[in-house]
Unconditional design. Sequence first.
Length: 183
Amino acid sequence: MSISGPTTKPLSPEDKAVLQKLKEKAWFTLLKLYVPLFLTLVYVYYKMKPGEAYGGRRAKYSMAEFKTVFPFFATFFGAVFLFFVIKDFRRLILPFFKEARNDTKYCHSFMSRKYLDPIYNKCLLFYPDREDYYIEICPEDFDSIGNGEDLYLEVASVTGEVLYLKSSDRVFKEPVEFSFSDR
């Protein structure tokens, strides 16, 4: 139940720093996943090359057969990897570029509703006006909030990343959006 509807404000330098840190983390995640896959193609090329020992035995195909088949193999798997790189880039990183161009954030005042998840050991607040989304906070901050307490929240307008959360007497450390689903 919102106390007031969301308002918009321009991003502050602190907000931009938080978003830059999150963008760098997204880049690291993308590269950590896909660079090894492309390097595996290079490894397979050299490992499967005829004339090399493969599993202690020589390959049963000629260099001409290898040069005919491997480009198709590499093109197919390279295209599959590239498709997923582009898809994940659009999902993980592109929103941060849109966020920088948009340069706005949404500000909400809302009444807190707490949820302590025993399975995942998460201290969560229900996200205002969104189903299946929560704001994860540290246990110390969670214990200091009462159910129904008025809170102030700032989120990025494109990515929905939590930028700032405070109560009447304190600012909370590194709140993050959390969802149990894979949306």
